[in-house]
Design a protein around this ligand. Structure first.
Ligand code: BTN
Length: 182
């Protein structure tokens, strides 16, 4: 029964990620990577579930993407993982583990320290891995790729603020509830 509930929470998180993917992307002319809202769901998986379950919910998302179009704009896992945005998506798998691990290091986490942990692992880490892949895939110099990814920082920072607010207010209660059914 607890396993079933555990799966249910992961499925709920996966559903949130998919729903966020229904919001249209903003394409950018100068790189083949759009601004999306779906990565907000990935960050939330790290603060609402524990690292293991959060990462499992991202993996479940990728598995579902093998058969249905779960990505923003209707992309599927195989096509996305063989395209210019693969680096970001591969990094997504580790985001919940890294955010949860980072938050656990600080017992009495202040809003500011939570913000920085979520920013480093939920935004910077993803954008750097994404830039490295993009540079190799599109044959553009790494510094150019990294600089062009600065365009994501304002939007990603807003997503980090939303995630931090939710984590600050509800994260621990939610995690306690989830861990009770571990
Ligand atoms: C896809 O659907 O192909 C994945 C898109 C990845 C977009 C990345 S996630 C981090 C950065 N922030 C954004 O808003 N877009 C990029």
């Amino acid at each position: 029964m607890t396993k079933v509930r555990s799966l249910l929470y992961m499925a709920m998180m996966t559903t949130i990620i998919i729903i966020l993917g229904l919001i249209p992307a903003i394409p950018l002319g100068f790189i083949p990577v759009p601004i999306v809202l779906q990565n907000l769901g990935i960050m939330l998986a790290g603060v609402l579930l524990n690292g293991k379950k959060g990462t499992m919910s991202v993996i479940l998302f990728l598995i579902l993407g093998l058969v249905i179009p779960v990505f923003t704009g209707g992309g599927m896992t195989v096509s996305v993982l063989s395209g210019p945005t693969a680096g970001y998506v591969l990094a997504w798998v580790f985001v919940p583990l890294l955010i949860d691990g980072g938050l656990k290091r600080f017992k009495k986490t202040s809003f500011i320290s939570m913000f920085f942990i979520i920013f480093i692992f939920g935004a910077l880490f993803v954008d750097i891995i994404g830039s490295i892949w993009l540079s190799m895939y599109s044959h553009i110099p790494l510094p150019t790729s990294l600089i062009s990814n600065l365009v994501f920082l304002p939007g990603d920072t807003l997503k980090v603020i939303v995630t931090t607010l939710i984590s600050y207010k509800y994260g621990e209660n939610f995690k306690l509830l989830i861990n009770r059914i571990d």
